[in-house]
Every structure is written in C-alpha cells, then in structure tokens.
Design a protein around this ligand. Structure first.
Ligand code: FAD
Ligand code: EPU
Length: 342
C-alpha cells in the first residue's frame, strides 16, 4: 500500500481536470483503509488533513487542488447473499464498476437494474445521490449497505429508510457528508422481471431495434443506445453527466411559465409540483453548443457541461454560474448543481 504525494487527479475524474492531491492512495480491503486512516506513513504535521473518498470520479468537479488525502476505493466482489421466492439479494463491493455490476445481473437474469445501464462510476457511489435513469432509481432496488464511520472507526448498517433517498439525494450527500465510507451495497433484484419501458424513448428504441420478445437484455441495449446517442463519452470529452438537477417548481408558477412558453418541458409530480427539464431551459437561453476556451455546454444535451481538453475546474464552475444566472433571469427558476464541487 503506497501513499503517493502531489499526484495529478486528471485520470481519476471523468471531467479530466488537472487538479492535484497532496496525498493519494487506494484501498482494496478494510484493513488497508484502517491503516491509511491512521496516516501512519504521513509526517505527523499532516495528521489533520481532510480525506476525500473517490470512486470512478464521474460526479465530481475539482475547482482547486485537494490539500488532503484522496483515497480511491477498490473494494471488489459480487455475491448472492440470500434469496426468497421473488428476489435475490446481491451484495457488491463499493469499488465494483457500476455497469459491470449491471451486466453481471443481466447475465444471471436478475432484474431491476437494466434501466440503469451504462451509468459511469462505482457501486459505492450509487446510493450517494440515489442514481437514476429511465424511470428507475437505486431506491427501487436497494436493500441495505454497510458504511465505515471514519471518525468512530466502526461499521454501520443502513436500511432503505435510514438512507432518506430523494431525487439525486441521500443522507450521505448532505447530513452525513464526508462522515462515512460506503463499503458495500446489497440490492434486491427480481427473479421474474417487471419491465419498465414507459420512460422516454425506450419503446421507440426497442421498436427501432426490431425487438420481438422483451427481455432485460433488450431494455439494457435500448438504454445503452439512447444514452450513447446524446451523452458524451468521458473517454472522448470530459464531463460528469448532468451538471444541474431538473428543478421542481409549484404548479402555479408552471401555469404562468407555460402560458408564456407553450413548449416548455415539464412533468407533473405526485406532490402536485412540476419538474422542469433543465436542459430545455438552458437550451432556450442559448447555451447549447456554447464553448469558451475548453469549457463548454454539450451540443447534444445542454444539461451536460464539458471539458474539451484543458479547461480548469474554475472555468467550468464559472460557466455553470453564468448558466444559473441566465436561466434565473429569463425564467425566474433557480438551477441547482448536481455535481459534487471540491
Ligand atoms: P465519484 O465521482 O467518485 O464520487 C461522487 C461522490 O460520492 C463524491 O462526493 C465522493 O466523495 C462520494 N463517494 C464515492 N464513493 C464513495 C464511497 N464508497 N463512500 C462514500 N462516499 C463516496 N448519474 C445518474 O444518477 N444518472 C445518470 O444517468 C448519470 N449519467 C451519467 C453520464 C455520464 C456520461 C457521466 C460522466 C456521469 C453520469 N452520472 C449519472 C453521474 C455519475 O455517473 C454518478 O453520480 C455515479 O454514481 C458516480 O459514481 P463515482 O464512483 O464516479 O463517484
Ligand atoms: N431537453 C432539451 N434540450 C436539451 C436537453 C434536454 O430541450 O439540450 C429536453 C427534451 O425535451 C428532453 C427532456 O429535456 O425530452 C429530457 O431530456 P433527457 O431525456 O435527456 O433527460 P434529462 O432530464 O436531461 C435526466 C437525468 C439523467 C438521466 C436522464 C434519463 C437529471 C439531472 N438528469 O436527464 O441523469 O440519464 O434523465 O433518465 O435528472 C445524470 O444525473 O448525470 C444524468 C445524466
């Protein structure tokens, strides 16, 4: 186990930002994590440095160097822990790549995560912001997780209710931010699938693919096709997916906006409010395809900010601020950043 000093994080974040970490290490077991937390190998003057747990780095924007220790989680392993008539319970190490986990489930005919195909990052971050796509969120398949309390050095179990999942929210993102390392997650997957094809363009895509008999593999392939057609591949253009959340507004405000902008895209929520498509708002403000230096707004999906090569985190952040201000001015709607800003 090696602690490296003054390491570029460029290859560890999908935005490709060239920020530096004062210290960097990886852990593959809990023992290794414990050892690192004691900072045994660091000079005593650095004992109080902050810690950042990193997964795939696909939901993070470094706006400055990190003057602390970055610990990259590489806890692996997938195992079926139990089953009943309806479900299998599958535990995955936090460092397992998310899409590889999805593929593993599909190969075993365990249903529930197929709509979440091709989301970058690792299992450990999936509950952080309750990842979601195409009508499914982690909360729909979540059973429990184990997390290591950094200060108290003990393992704590979180069931569904303790996680307080919301739209791109959980206790780990706010209330307990930075307190825990999620070490494994157990998902509850169906033996007999309940197909979810109602969201977005899934049905059209299945038709285009000529699918006759529906399967979780077919849904996964359809989702992969749709995602690949509009989201930039981080291996080619740096990005962290949607930079902002889709904002929720009161239905009265929506009625007023709808009268002024008949094409505005909004979805009615169960609580009576309306969720607006932030991509539409941003596009209407003229940002889609915008580029200043190497920082830009993606030409096929305005909700995604991109780094064409050498943008700094500050440049991306500053662009996001300009976008927030212009959407606020034109529509009176406040966008909130979804990406974790460091
Ligand atoms: P990281 O970026 O490494 O970390 C994110 C946050 O979680 C950080 O605050 C980090 O400290 C913390 N963290 C990470 N691992 C742990 C751990 N084990 N314990 C405690 N804290 C931890 N997201 C969606 O929800 N839906 C999408 O459809 C989607 N599409 C995307 C498409 C693209 C092209 C990209 C680049 C991103 C997309 N995302 C999407 C965002 C991203 O993939 C998810 O948020 C993903 O879960 C992040 O995982 P990660 O391992 O890369 O997390
Ligand atoms: N739209 C535009 N212009 C754009 C982009 C979108 O007008 O440039 C409008 C279109 O009307 C489109 C609608 O917005 O139909 C919705 O767009 P899309 O289906 O691409 O989804 P999204 O709302 O922009 C959300 C999630 C994505 C997730 C997709 C699919 C958030 C913040 N983003 O995007 O998650 O993959 O739905 O479910 O909720 C992420 O979190 O990083 C992410 C990519």
């Amino acid at each position: 186990m090696l602690i490296q000093e003054n390491i570029s994080l460029k290859k560890y974040n999908t935005f490709g930002i060239d920020a530096y970490a004062a210290y960097f290490s990886t852990f593959r077991t809990l023992d290794e994590l414990n050892e690192l937390l004691e900072y045994k190998k660091l000079p005593t003057s650095k004992l109080q440095l902050p810690t950042l747990i990193l997964g795939g780095g696909s939901n993070i924007l470094f706006t400055q160097n990190f003057n602390g220790i970055v610990l990259k989680n590489e806890l692996k392993g997938i195992e079926k822990v139990k089953e009943d008539n309806e479900f299998v319970y599958v535990k995955a190490g936090a460092g397992v790549n998310w899409h590889q986990f999805v593929v593993f489930c599909i190969d075993n005919n365990w249903a529930g995560v197929e709509n979440l195909s091709l989301i970058p990052g690792n299992v450990g971050a999936s509950p952080m912001q309750n990842i979601g796509a195409y009508g499914v969120e982690i909360k729909d398949v979540f059973y429990e997780l184990e997390a290591f309390h950094l200060a108290e050095k003990k393992i704590v179990r979180f069931g569904l209710n303790e996680c307080a999942f919301g739209y791109r929210e959980s206790v780990f993102k706010r209330k307990h931010r930075g307190e825990f390392v999620i070490i494994n997650v157990t998902y509850k997957l169906r033996k007999d699938p309940i197909y979810n094809t109602s969201y977005g363009a899934i049905e059209q895509e299945l038709e285009k693919m000529g699918v006759k008999a529906l399967s979780i593999k077919a849904i996964s392939d359809a989702v992969i096709n749709i995602r690949s057609s509009k989201l930039p591949n981080p291996a080619e253009i740096g990005n962290a997916g949607s930079f902002f959340k889709n904002p929720e507004i009161l239905s009265d405000q929506f009625t007023i906006l709808n009268a002024q902008y008949p094409n505005i895209v909004g979805y009615k929520l169960d609580n009576g409010n309306v969720k607006l498509a932030a991509g539409w708002l941003i596009e209407q403000c003229g940002w889609k395809g915008f580029r200043k230096g190497d920082a830009g707004c993606h030409a096929k999906q305005a909700l995604v900010l991109v780094n064409y090569g050498n943008a700094t985190g500050k440049e991306i952040y500053s662009l996001s601020g300009e976008i927030i201000a212009s959407v606020k001015e034109k529509f009176g709607v406040e966008l909130e950043r979804e990406v974790n800003i460091i």
